[in-house]
Design a protein around this ligand. Structure first.
Ligand code: S6P
Ligand code: ZN
Length: 187
């Protein structure tokens, strides 16, 4: 991939769009196989319209070594048997850091290094830092879309199998009031 020219990107934190825009990825309930604890409830949601769970809008900056691609993830509100809507979650096979900036709604960043789960509350104006070697998943803990901007090294990659094999340390459920309830993940 040839290097990209300097550019200005306009984004809307209330809609999750970027201009100019690169690829937009849509993940539906059926794309999240094996991730929610209640398999029967997940199957019922897939059968009942297979709703969109999240979308990722990328800038035109390519995922190539030396570049710093950006994307805005929008996770729609909801649960599967009380477990909050979330991203698949991944490790960077090339261990490199990443930053998230909260744009709208409320959510959290679940991090797991294989031993210790960590949680960062995310809201507009909060930067969540993901150190190298920490798998990461985003969770919408509110009743409106949760959006964040991600900036990451272009050669970091995405390993989704690691999360299927190791989990993320915790599961995140709707709790009392605004506080999520965490349950240990057992693989
Ligand atoms: C990429 C960055 C985000 C996620 C996005 C979707 O390194 O962490 O752009 O890709 O939030 O999550 P996932 O786990 O489906 O890639
Ligand atoms: Zn990442």
């Amino acid at each position: 991939t040839p290097p990209i020219s300097p550019l200005s990107i306009t984004f809307d934190g209330q809609t999750g769009t970027m201009s100019p825009e690169g690829p937009v990825l849509t993940r539906r309930m059926s794309d999240l196989a094996g991730l929610f604890a209640d398999t029967a409830a997940w199957e019922a949601a897939v059968a009942d319209g297979d709703p969109v769970v999240y979308q990722v809008a990328s800038s035109p900056v390519p995922e190539a070594e030396g570049e710093l691609p950006q994307s805005i993830t929008t996770i729609l509100p909801g649960t599967v048997a009380g477990e909050f809507h979330m991203t698949k979650g991944h490790q960077h096979p090339n261990p490199q850091g990443e930053i998230y900036l909260g744009l709208s709604g409320t959510g959290g960043l679940l991090l797991f290094d294989g031993e210790r789960p960590q949680w960062i509350d995310m809201a507009p104006g909060v930067i969540g830092y993901i150190p190298p070697g920490w798998a990461h998943r985003s969770v919408n803990t509110g009743d409106e879309p949760y959006r964040f901007l991600a900036v990451y090294p272009g050669n970091a990659g995405h390993d989704y199998g690691w999360v299927l094999a190791n989990g993320m340390g915790h599961r995140v459920y709707r709790g009392e009031g605004a506080t999520p309830r965490f349950e240990p993940f057992t693989a």
